[in-house]
Ligand binder design. Structure first.
Ligand code: XCC
Ligand code: SF4
Length: 648
């Protein structure tokens, strides 16, 4: 990499990546080199949102004082563009959720090879939340009915999607009042596309209200279905220790990288990696064993349940190939760079696509169908082993890894706080009320090659735990923190005194890894349960909590940010601007406007220090409103004082 242009420490905070870039051959192209040779188009950057391509009289590029050929104003165009981004993001999570529901149905019928229902309790809970009466039905029958009901929510036309009832009553009333209650998941996405079609919805606030409804159908619908069913099929996570970073690739083993977002095939591959027959097969090819590792959210899924090592987050995908040690990378959906097709040609790595929805030219397509999971997984592992002898001499695995603890589901958080017999959020609420925990901050979302990789996630995490804010993480943000080594109980030494005392008592890290990006829905559940536990207001918007996506890049992040804001949470994005920055009108709707209606908002703050103080201010204001901002001193009373008190 041309070091004159950008110092390596500016490129990534991940030392493993810096080492690989330092030794990289001149002719290799990566997302980092491309980010130098190609600047972002300004219409997508600082003046984003101002271009409309929604009909063939355009594209129209407008300013505050001009309009498109049809008369569309800057506010309308910006709102329409954002609405479409949100629809795309919501559709990604939700289509994934739909596939999980379909998988549950086939599993219930015994048609999904290698799969069974692993968490019956969770199944009963989801069934109940979907309004299904268990009665004396068998587990299989309940599973089938649950899957069918979940699938119906996608095509539901009227009414309200069931899972929204998990939200606090007051929250539901707000959504009803402003007519943003999601009716059906697909329905809201389609309507978003319709409304933003040429000449339909032209009032920015009205367009954005529907964007809110679409995002809510993702968070409380598609994503939540995805998370719940993944837990049912592959178990609800409990804390486990693992290691992360590129140093987890093994020089003498067959390395298989699972990458993307869907857990199914990767869960099976990870489970099979220790199977005697396959290990023998690998040994016959000269390897000592089979090493399955992950990237992005597929990594998070198999990490949460099987402790599989994540070798990196979004910006690590090309780097893994460049070690020369990866026999096979299997990718499913979302966040997969097309460049992998070209890049793998320079190395011995085989790139395999497995989703019926995604092909990459240059990759081998081995399609996963629910009925062939086990057979396909074995085939893929053997193919990787067959490729081991083709490894070239110049393998370069950076010797960098760190420990982490992952696997915090909301069920486990309840359990660890309250104990087996009286699981509850009470101790957490009490910790927040007495100020040992100042608030809860979710630091989530992607990496972005336009920024120093991982830097902002790690900075914010450290600064917040230092000030007694409990940090919860998902997605690539979680992997950033894990790679920098602070996602362990030992890191409580960096936490403030109050937070540390809770971490010590319960035995948890001050940063909780909650899973993949669809698992942001766990945060919604946790927030609802904290409200229900009592003492911190009647609604999510009362909670001293906030959300940040400091290095966002995916449209999915816009959907997530929006459903959090619409659920009553203050949300800040940083790094690259969100695509509404040119329209004061739209910015005002998403801040002042949403605050008034939904009690939450979504805004972009470029400066990371400013963002940090804003988060703190917002949470402190909520503490003040709850009248828990002043620390109550414990008064030690002697007998006389007690008597005096009784006399009054
Ligand atoms: Fe993709 Fe989920 Fe973003 Fe990472 S964080 S870059 S979406 S893998 Ni969701
Ligand atoms: Fe231009 Fe209006 Fe067509 Fe958009 S819809 S391209 S603003 S004429």
């Amino acid at each position: 990499m041309n070091k004159d242009k950008r110092e390596l420490s500016d490129v990534s905070s991940d030392e493993a990546i810096c080492r690989l870039l330092e030794n990289m051959e001149e002719d290799v192209s990566t997302v980092f080199t491309r980010s130098q040779s190609m600047k972002p188009c300004p219409i997508g950057g600082s003046i984003s949102g101002i271009c409309c391509k929604n009909c063939a009289m355009g594209p129209c590029r407008v300013r505050e004082d001009s309009a498109g050929l049809c008369g569309a104003t800057l506010g309308t165009i910006t709102a329409r563009n954002l609405g479409r981004h949100i629809a795309a993001g919501a559709s990604a999570h939700s289509d994934h959720g739909r596939d999980m529901a379909h998988l549950l149905a086939l599993t219930a019928e015994g048609k999904a090879e290698g799969l069974k229902i692993k968490d019956e309790l969770k199944l009963f809970k989801l069934a109940k939340n979907l309004g299904i009466k268990s009665g004396d039905k068998s587990v299989g029958e309940i599973a089938k009915e649950t899957a069918e009901k979940a699938m119906l929510l996608f095509g539901q036309q009227t009414g309200e999607i069931d899972l929204i009832k998990i939200a606090p009553k007051k929250r539901q009333e707000i959504w009803r009042k402003y007519k943003v209650m999601p009716r059906g998941i697909d329905r809201e996405v389609v309507e978003m596309m319709h409304r933003t079609n040429m000449g339909v919805d032209q009032d920015p606030e009205h367009i954005l209200d529907h964007a809110v409804r679409t995002a809510l159908s993702d968070g409380w619908g598609g994503s939540m279905i995805g998370t719940e069913i993944t837990d049912i099929l592959f178990t609800t996570p409990v804390p486990l220790a693992a290691k992360t970073n590129l140093g987890m690739l093994k020089e003498d083993e067959v390395n298989i990288v699972v990458h993307g977002h869907e857990p199914t095939l990767s869960e099976i591959i990870a489970e099979l990696a220790d199977e005697k027959e396959l290990v023998e097969y690998a040994k016959n090819k000269g390897a000592k064993g089979i090493n399955v590792v992950g990237i992005c959210c597929t990594a998070n899924e198999v990490l949460m349940r099987q402790g599989v090592a994540p070798v990196g987050n979004f910006l690590s995908q090309e780097m893994a190939i460049m070690t020369g040690a990866v026999e096979l990378m299997i990718v499913d959906i979302q966040c997969i760079m097309q460049s992998l097709g070209q890049l793998t040609k320079k190395y011995h790595t085989k790139l395999v696509t497995s989703s019926p929805k995604a092909k990459i030219s240059g990759a081998i397509h081995m399609e996963f169908q629910e009925i062939n999971g086990l057979t396909l997984a074995k085939e893929i592992i053997k193919m990787a082993a067959d490729n081991f002898p083709n490894r070239k001499a110049n393998v370069c695995i950076p010797e960098i890894k760190s420990d982490l603890i992952a696997g915090f589901s909301h069920e486990y958080i309840r359990y660890m706080l309250g104990g087996r017999f009286r699981e509850s959020f009470r101790p957490l609420n009490d910790g927040i009320i007495d100020g040992r925990i100042q608030g809860i901050v979710a630091i989530v979302g992607c990496n972005n090659a336009r920024l120093t990789h991982d830097k902002y996630h790690n900075f914010l995490t450290r600064e917040l735990i230092k000030r007694d804010y409990l940090v919860v993480q998902t997605g690539c943000g979680a992997l950033s923190t894990a790679k920098c080594g602070i996602m362990t109980p030992e890191s409580m030494e960096y936490a403030g005194e109050g937070l540390r005392s809770i971490c010590e008592a319960v035995g948890i890290p001050p940063i909780l890894h909650l899973g993949s990006c669809v698992d942001n829905s766990r945060i919604l559940t946790i927030a609802s349960e904290i409200v229900e536990e009592g003492g911190l207001g009647e609604d999510i918007s009362d909670l001293p909590a906030a959300g940040i996506a400091p290095e966002w890049m995916s449209e999915k992040a816009l959907s997530i940010g929006t459903y959090f804001a619409a659920s009553g949470v203050y949300v800040a994005f940083s790094g690259q601007p969100i695509p509404v920055e040119s329209s004061e009108e739209v910015k005002k709707i998403m801040t002042v406007g949403w605050q008034e209606k939904y009690g939450g908002q979504l805004e972009y703050i470029a400066d990371i220090d400013q963002l940090l103080s804003k988060i703190i201010d917002v949470i402190q204001a909520k503490r003040k409103a709850l009248k828990i901002d002043v620390k109550k001193e414990r008064v030690l009373m002697d007998m006389e004082a007690r008597r005096a008190l009784q006399d009054v």
